[in-house]
Ligand binder design. Structure first.
Ligand SMILES: CC(C)(COP(=O)(O)OP(=O)(O)OC[C@H]1O[C@@H](n2cnc3c(N)ncnc32)[C@H](O)[C@@H]1OP(=O)(O)O)[C@@H](O)C(=O)NCCC(=O)NCCS
Length: 333
């Protein structure tokens, strides 16, 4: 006898119901970090846009930040924690390989026994998570999903490193997604290029550290190469995302790219031909680059500063270590 399996039945569409945010407690101005890298407040502001970055207290972990952001997003969404089916945490900075951040966060926010998993897609992690949540909801694998980008990058920086450490901050941003009658997440453009893995990432392995062959591993990048990749290849990804979503620049309410460097953000806006009516995220100026948390934190701030963009379309794009990237147009909560 042939058995026909019963498949999950999904929703027609998904959308973001609400966002939540948590930032490191301490605003660290450029003046506090320039000495070991022989830099200046003026150089950092001019070349990156960063004025201060937020860094968490020693006793605050990425898990703590993630739980605060997720709880806020859940509360604003109106979804009961017990109705959450999956918690996805994008992170590259949890100092413990296992257990996952997501399982602990799911428990802390009252979503136990939701499915929970971490993923490493660096600064594209949150946009990867949105793609997954959308797919899970539309296939029926989940009804409500919490996607979190959470980082405590200050644990993996080298104060003497001129390539990336001075840009980095700590924080978490979260989104609650659920079923929708109308499309709320466009087709995601995503991909990777592992042939360029050496351009950005950790400078050593934990085993090298254990064996005394390296210092505590910290982040490094080949800044100019990553910069060129971002303003050349990533702009094309952003354009393709708009084209395949059927969205013109003038249809956007907001542009929320990864907060890597304000010069990259401005170059994106110029090349995409975004009109003045589009609100452009500039959270990097006071938060710094928070990798997986960067896009949701920037979105959260933009909605606070421009409540009128609520319900409008936002183009979001993340890109970073891997190399990896992901972009989609979403309806803002
Ligand atoms: C890191 C980054 C800010 C460096 O800026 P840049 O304009 O590319 O700087 P360059 O490396 O070309 O160096 C230009 C000059 O500034 C100096 N410089 C480099 N880093 C410096 C720093 N942190 N402080 C002061 N001076 C610095 C260099 O020595 C060089 O000096 P010179 O002209 O006398 O030789 C920039 O490359 C960047 O943001 N890259 C992309 C980041 C990104 O997208 N990351 C994504 C993954 S998170």
């Amino acid at each position: 006898m042939t058995v026909t399996l019963t498949e999950a039945a999904g929703a027609a569409h998904s959308r973001i119901y609400a966002l939540g945010a948590a930032r490191g407690q301490n605003a660290v101005p450029n003046a506090d970090i320039i000495e070991p890298i022989n830099s200046s407040d003026e150089w950092i502001q001019k070349r990156t846009g960063v004025i201060t970055r937020v860094r968490a207290d020693k006793d605050t972990s990425a898990i703590d930040l993630a739980a605060v952001a997720a709880a806020q997003a859940l509360e604003r969404s109106g979804v009961a924690p017990s109705d959450v089916d999956a918690v996805i945490v994008a992170t590259i900075s949890n100092p413990k390989q296992t257990p996952s951040v997501s399982a602990i966060v799911a428990d802390r926010i009252g979503a136990n026994p939701a499915a929970a998993y971490d993923m490493n897609a660096a600064c594209a992690g949150y946009c990867y998570g949105i793609a997954q949540a959308d797919a899970l909801i539309r296939t029926g694998a989940a009804k409500y999903v919490v996607v979190i980008g959470a980082e405590k990058l200050s644990d993996i920086i080298d104060p003497t490193d001129r390539s990336i450490s001075f840009l980095l901050g700590d924080g978490a941003g979260a989104a609650v997604l659920g079923p929708s009658d109308t499309p709320g997440v466009s087709k995601t453009q995503w991909g990777s290029d592992g042939s360029k893995a050496d351009l950005v990432g950790m400078n050593a392995t934990l085993t090298q550290f254990r064996d005394g062959e390296a210092e505590w591993p910290t982040l490094r990048q080949e800044g100019p190469s990553v910069f060129r990749w971002a303003v050349w290849d990533m702009v094309k990804v952003a354009q393709k995302t708009l084209d395949e979503a059927g969205v013109r620049p003038e249809d956007l309410a907001a542009f929320i790219p990864h907060q890597a460097n304000m010069r990259i953000v401005s170059e994106f806006a110029k090349q995409l031909g975004l009109p003045d009516t589009v609100a452009i995220a500039d959270d990097i100026t006071t938060t710094g680059n928070t990798s997986a948390a960067s896009v949701p934190l920037a979105a959260h701030r933009l909605l606070e500063e421009h409540p009128e963009i609520s319900g409008g379309l936002a183009l979001q794009i993340g890109f970073g270590a891997g190399l990896v990237f992901a972009a989609q147009v979403v309806v803002l909560p």
